[in-house]
Design a protein around this ligand. Structure first.
Ligand code: FES
Length: 115
């Protein structure tokens, strides 16, 4: 039997990203792109473009939009919505929590129970 649970994972310090910067992380099997927008807010999204698996963490951050480095699709990092072709499907977003200088994100965990 499989159950989906979530847990908060510490991934870095706020000082590791400048405003307007993106950094990619591997978090419990998920490729996550952490974005720090101008003004300082943090957002976490999949580091995987829905068009053709491009590495969004290597793309550009334009306000609250992330642009894929491969073919230029853009996504809203607050909602995950695809904003232009060639991507049409949204990317996943993850809750972010800042405690002092610590950045945590909430990721789903697959828990397998044996009957
Ligand atoms: S892989 Fe991202 S736009 Fe094509």
């Amino acid at each position: 039997m499989e159950n989906s649970q979530s847990s908060w994972i510490e991934i870095c310090k706020t000082t590791e990203l400048l405003e307007g910067q993106i950094k990619a992380f591997q978090v419990q099997g998920n490729r996550i792109a952490l974005c720090r927008v101008q003004g300082g807010g943090f957002y976490a999204v999949d580091d995987l473009c829905t068009h053709d698996d491009g590495p969004l963490g290597e793309g550009d951050l334009l306000g609250t939009e992330i642009e894929c480095p491969r073919h230029g699709a853009r996504f809203d990092i607050k909602t995950g919505k695809a904003l232009c072709l060639p991507a049409v499907l949204p990317i996943k977003t993850y809750p972010v929590q800042i405690t002092g200088e610590t950045v945590k994100i909430q990721v789903p965990q697959q828990v397998t129970k044996t009957p």
